[in-house]
Design a binder for this molecule. Structure first.
Ligand code: UDP
Length: 467
């Protein structure tokens, strides 16, 4: 098989050939599809490693790059779910029923080592020049060494959170901390920083993940550099400090979402959307510029049913137009009935509830959107920054609490809704107390939209972004 795509017209062997190995989770795969597009637009060949279920989700991306004549190839490899005790077809983090299965899922990923190696050895006409793989894919280090090419890591974190992760993980800062809520001073960070163990990424400390964590940290030390989806001007101090601390080259190549210049490619990003893009656009076009608040908590966050209802009631009380994206929670009987029987009818003139996947980037860039209630995943954060919308920060888990600090304390582009505790993914069925009341939601939304929204950009700029 040879690469298609005209690119810059160089012959196969002359072009750089990047091999991208994303983590099989939407928040990690999506930015890597943008990375693939950008590399190919600069004339490189790209092999994008994926699996059958994930390739189906990437169909829109594959069609787009093909239509653009870009030399990106999806390399679809069998994912050994059953061999590792996972349900058949369980090939993405959002399909895992419980975090207990995470080590098996990661081991199944590592079993891709031989097929990836075999594929790369076959590429005689366009030998690979560089692997860029998710930090978690420690097993790509061996492949790069065998082929004599560099391996760069990509974690999906911004510079600020990458630096915190590097310092706290490599120095085991939280290892002997007994009280999860004790504030620990982080030394080696360029600005004063105190963190609690509770609000740090926790998945890597669940039983069975210790070895995987050890291996990926060892391989990070052996890697040839780090790639981040951020830009120097946004967080200069932290990116420079990350480079000094790791003693490795850091490429800040973001914001990668800016590679999208039209609604079609934005709507094809990630999973299939639950409605046609025209329906969203029609609704948004009917709203005043800067008047709509967009509420979305990424691809994994599991907000509890009680909290979802409270959030909805707060949105209703704010009297602001809104688009609210609900994932797994919308299927829980208590939420499903409440939405269909009461809520949607009451807000039908100014509220749109999306169950499932939304074309987030397209919505955020629409001139009608004036504020964003976000879980502070880094992709969502940088997409909000690029759209020029102020944000309400509602972190759930992982490094989201760190990103909140960057947004609120350093960049001053967000206001906290006031989340006190962590809501791990995979836990929406647990009985968890409501932490943010409807009154707090109403107050935060009104402050955001009355004081921050509606002035996101001048009309001329909106037109440029939307066309
Ligand atoms: N996303 C989307 N539609 C959705 C949910 C998420 O397009 O309904 C995209 C979003 O634009 C972002 C990514 O999925 O690019 C989520 O990544 P993020 O880092 O924000 O959060 P995660 O899902 O990793 O928690």
């Amino acid at each position: 098989m040879t690469f298609t795509g005209s690119g810059d017209g160089q012959s196969g062997s002359m072009r750089a050939h990047f091999v991208l190995v994303p983590m099989l989770a939407q928040g990690h795969t999506i930015p890597m599809t943008d990375m693939a597009r950008l590399l190919a637009e600069h004339g490189a060949h790209v092999s994008f490693i994926t699996t059958p279920v994930n390739a189906t989700r990437l169909a829109g991306f594959a069609a787009d790059v093909e239509a653009a004549g870009l030399a990106v190839r999806l390399v679809e490899l069998h994912f050994p779910s059953a061999e590792f005790g996972l349900p058949d077809g369980c090939e993405n983090l959002d399909m895992i029923q419980s975090t207990d299965l995470l080590p098996d899922f990661m081991d199944a990923n590592a079993a891709l080592q031989e097929p990836v190696k075999a594929y790369l050895h076959e590429q005689q006409r366009s030998p690979p020049s560089c692997i860029i793989s998710d930090l978690i894919h420690w097993w790509t280090g061996d492949i790069a060494r065998e082929l004599g090419i560099p391996r760069l890591t990509f974690s999906g974190f911004c510079g600020f959170s990458s630096l915190i992760r590097y310092i706290t993980f490599h120095n085991n800062v939280f290892e002997n901390v007994k009280d999860e809520n004790e504030l620990i001073t982080i030394t080696g960070f360029p600005t004063p920083l105190e963190l609690t163990k509770a609000k740090c990424p926790g998945n890597l400390s669940i039983p069975g993940m210790e070895q995987i964590r050890k291996k990926f940290l060892e391989e990070e030390l052996r890697s040839d550099g780090e790639v981040i989806n951020s830009f120097q001007e946004l967080e200069t101090l932290y990116i420079e400090s990350f480079e000094q601390t790791t003693k490795k080259k850091v490429w800040a190549i973001g914001p990668m979402c800016l590679c999208h210049r039209d609604n079609n490619t934005m709507a094809a990003r990630g999973n299939k959307t639950s409605m046609g893009e025209a329906q969203y656009l029609q609704w948004l076009d009917s709203m005043k510029p800067g008047s709509v608040v967009f509420v979305s908590f990424g691809s994994l966050a599991c907000t509890t049913p009680q909290q979802l209802v409270e959030l909805g009631l707060g949105l209703e009380a704010s009297r602001k137009p809104f688009i609210w994206v609900i994932k797994a929670g919308a299927k829980l009987p208590e939420v499903k009935e409440w939405l269909a029987d009461e809520f949607e009818e009451r807000v039908k003139n100014r509220g749109m509830v999306i169950r499932g996947w939304a074309p987030q980037l397209m919505i955020l860039r629409h001139q009608a959107v004036g504020g964003f209630v976000t879980h502070c995943g880094w992709n969502s954060t940088i997409e909000g920054i690029c759209a020029g919308v102020p944000m309400i920060t509602w972190p759930h888990f992982g490094e989201q609490f760190w990103n909140q600090k960057l947004m609120v304390d350093v960049l001053k582009i967000g206001v906290e809704v006031g989340v006190k505790g962590v809501t791990q993914w995979g836990s929406e069925k647990q009985e968890v107390m409501v932490t943010i009341t409807r009154d707090e939601v109403e107050k935060a939304v009104n402050t955001l939209m009355d004081e921050g929204g509606g002035c996101r950009r001048d009309e001329g700029e909106s037109k440029r972004l939307n066309h």
